[in-house]
Write a protein that binds this ligand. Structure first.
Ligand SMILES: [Zn+2]
Length: 354
């Protein structure tokens, strides 16, 4: 179904307004900055579509469709294999940046996760400084490390905000999702609109949500219950990845078809593509866990609020326990992006909550 540009970038009115006004006379480099899940990837694809579409960004034509699926001859998305960008890959952009566009009036180069430029930063800076006047760079970053200061100074910065669960719920409701389901999807999205869309097509989602919601009722102080529950949660995590795997398979099938149509032997940069898929799947799993912990934390918060209410059921000790539980959940949640040993961490948490 055709979606108008920036329709899937909720809650970013300021950034979208800035991008729309930039379309009148685009400069040669933009730096989109915002936290994980805030929509910079979707926004960049849509902005690129507007730059390359013959209708100025209709959201419906073949140009728009090809840009959004990442396959347009005048669009290059830099891919990486490994923890940071390889210097030769960054250097290869110079030639692309200097050539004339093939179909459109511009060339667009998207560099996701620009904060991982590492030692290739000087090479990127050089590329940024000598492009053809028709080339537009879109750098995307969750944060801006110190070594990117000079690169940053060469770009127009477009700041994106973290999305609240409320914003995502409202956006889903406006898109025809029933209110109650929208609330649950938003809660499970952990502030990531793309993820909310995937969850909307995920049959196991409601069950996983209910599993997390009932953790406080199931825990009974015994170590074996905590361990069993941790295993159950881990199992549900592994299943959660299915919708993203389907999206990745569709992407590979699409690219294979395109490559065949162009007479190429296979998808170019296949290893980079597979690596990106793996990274996205890993990140998706971590976010699934963080979202689950968010659900769990809100359960304890609700109990805490009820206990603190005047004449409520909570003794000072119960209140202290709830606060300690919320604190333990929040600590695990912040450490998760760097700590992949999940099962052990979950089991330890459940023991602590028991
Ligand atoms: Zn179009």
């Amino acid at each position: 179904m055709a979606r108008s540009l920036f329709e899937d970038v909720p809650g970013q009115e300021d950034a979208v307004a800035l991008l729309r006004s930039a379309l009148v006379s685009p400069v040669h480099a933009y730096l989109f900055v915002g936290p994980e899940g805030c929509g910079i990837r979707t926004a960049a694809k849509d902005f690129a579509a507007a730059l390359l579409c013959r209708e100025g960004g209709c959201g419906e034509c073949n140009d728009c469709e090809r840009v959004r699926s990442g396959f347009h001859p005048d669009l290059t998305v830099l891919e990486r294999a490994g923890a940071s960008y390889a210097i030769e890959d960054v250097r290869s952009l110079t030639g692309i940046a200097q050539r004339r566009p093939l179909e459109a009036t511009r060339t667009v180069i998207i560099i996701p996760e620009a904060e991982l430029m590492g030692l290739s930063a000087p090479a990127l800076l050089k590329t940024l400084e000598e492009p053809a006047t028709t080339t537009v760079f879109l750098l995307l970053a969750n944060e801006i490390p110190r070594e990117m200061a000079t690169i940053r100074s060469r770009c127009v910065e477009v700041p994106f905000k973290a999305l609240s669960i409320r914003t995502i719920a409202t956006w889903l409701t406006n898109n025809g999702v029933e209110e109650e389901i929208a609330e649950s999807l938003a809660e499970g999205s952990a502030g990531d609109a793309e993820r909310a869309l995937l969850l909307a097509n995920d049959e196991g989602f409601v069950q996983r949500l209910s599993l997390w919601r009932h953790v406080p009722d199931v825990l009974d102080g015994s170590g074996s219950t905590a361990a069993e529950l941790a295993i159950e949660v881990q199992g549900s995590l592994s299943e959660s990845i299915a919708p993203l795997v389907t999206v990745h398979e569709a992407e590979i099938a699409f690219l294979e078809e395109q490559a065949k149509a162009m007479g190429e032997r296979g998808i170019p940069k296949r290893k980079e593509l597979t690596d990106r898929h793996k990274r996205e799947e890993k990140r998706y799993l971590t976010t699934e866990l963080i979202a689950g912990l968010g659900v769990l934390s809100r359960r304890y918060r609700d109990r805490l609020i009820a206990a603190e209410r005047e004449g409520g059921p909570g003794s000072p000790e119960t209140i202290r326990n709830y606060m300690a539980s919320i604190d333990a959940i929040s600590r695990l949640s912040t450490s998760l992006r760097r700590n992949p040993r999940q099962l052990l961490a979950i089991e330890r948490l459940f023991l602590e909550l028991s």
